[in-house]
Design a protein. Structure first.
Length: 155
């Protein structure tokens, strides 16, 4: 495996071999040495607080082009997805209207049944008996002649 530590050991092989032979002779240590422990990497702290970024005139134009292209892509995506979303909402509306039509049909049927029960001849006779209505005498019945109608003003 080529790790950074083995690459350093290949570069500095002569220096490492001399140190490893000196360690091998030292038997007083109970632990074996770590691989490449003799390499010391110095990390220097860099302070960039006083550095000021130089203005790039092209970067502003690139940023606006990127913003414009993203907005254009979003508008295009919305335009492509809008008809399917509208169709989905229209489907929900159609389904609710079908349910409402079914409910209205059921209600109409029940109202027609109730009306038929209320206007039945048996019910009318019962109401006439309860309110003590009587049939008029045959002499009191006036029959209209069939010559014309007053409502239509015909002769």
């Amino acid at each position: 495996m080529a790790t950074l530590a083995t690459m350093y050991s290949r570069l500095f092989a002569r220096d490492v071999e001399s140190r490893q032979t000196s360690r091998a002779a030292d038997v007083t240590s109970r632990l074996r040495p770590f691989a490449n422990e003799d390499i010391y990497l110095f990390v220097k702290r860099i302070d960039n607080t006083r550095v000021v970024r130089e203005a790039d005139p092209k970067a502003r134009g690139v940023a606006w082009k990127l913003i414009g292209s993203v907005v254009g892509a979003a508008v295009l995506l919305i335009g492509v997805l809008l008809p399917s979303a509208y169709g989905l909402l229209a489907g929900y509306q159609i389904q609710s209207l079908c349910l409402e039509e079914e409910r209205a049909t059921t209600e109409k049927s029940s109202l027609e049944l109730k009306e038929a029960e209320l206007l039945s001849p048996a019910r009318m006779e019962e109401l006439a008996r309860l309110q003590q209505f009587i049939d008029p005498a045959p002499t009191k019945v006036v029959y209209l002649d069939n010559n014309g109608s007053l409502a239509l003003n015909k002769k």
